[in-house]
Design a protein. Structure first.
Length: 61
């Protein structure tokens, strides 16, 4: 979690610097970032579903 906060802080500082210099950020548009977030959420959901399916007890007759 510490790395995430450091990354967010560094990005915020760079964003402020870009605003003060009057230049545009080379970051992708917001819609692309939302798509990336969806990809990460889907990857997590797939991993969770696979783990759940693998650890399910098999019926014994």
């Amino acid at each position: 979690m510490k790395n995430h906060l450091l990354s967010l802080g560094a990005g915020t500082l760079i964003g402020i610097l870009y605003a003060l210099l009057g230049v545009h950020s080379p970051a992708p548009p917001v819609i692309a970032l939302v798509g990336l977030l969806g990809m990460l959420a889907g990857e997590r959901a797939g991993s969770f579903a696979r783990r759940t399916a693998l650890h399910r007890d098999l019926p014994t007759d």
